[in-house]
Ligand binder design. Sequence first.
Ligand SMILES: [Cu+2]
Length: 192
Amino acid sequence: MERRKVLKTAGFAATAGLTGLAGCSSPSSETESPSNDGTETPSDEGTDSSANGGTTTTVEMHTENGEYYFDPIGLFVESGTTVTFENASGSHSATAYDESIDSASTTRIPEGASVFDSGILSEEGATFEHTFETTGTYDYFCTPHKSLGMVGRIVVGEPGGPAEGSMPPDGDVPESGTIVDQGSVAFNDFSD
Ligand SMILES: [Cu+2]
């Protein structure tokens, strides 16, 4: 519980300009205890994520200050890593760009990769997990906010597949090379 607050504070501190919101979100965070054991906050521990195959890391989904975003917006993981998408504020989904999904007009995940779609998460602290096995580049979006550019990218092992060489149709994500180099790209670092 205390650890979670520390992590959240660190996360907010890393996203300059949002520090005032830390106080707003703390009252309701005391009851939530999502499966965060072993989890690191990618936005400030990003360099460690290169060695976390078989473990878990978290991408937060936010509605803050009129912006809708995944944080980190770019994440590198090893094959076999489980990523937890956590609804930090607002209502969001984490949905892979795959033509099998009605709201996705194109496929931007590796061939043979398992498709993921969290459905809409509305409660603060709600989570969805997906384990990434197939190597390559995964672009994904938030169903209610893709028209507002809410998109993200996860590189598993090494860049590759149909997402390489272009940006998602609904918004920009960090280049895969940058994601590999940095391990994790915070939304505010990318959008500034
Ligand atoms: Cu959203």
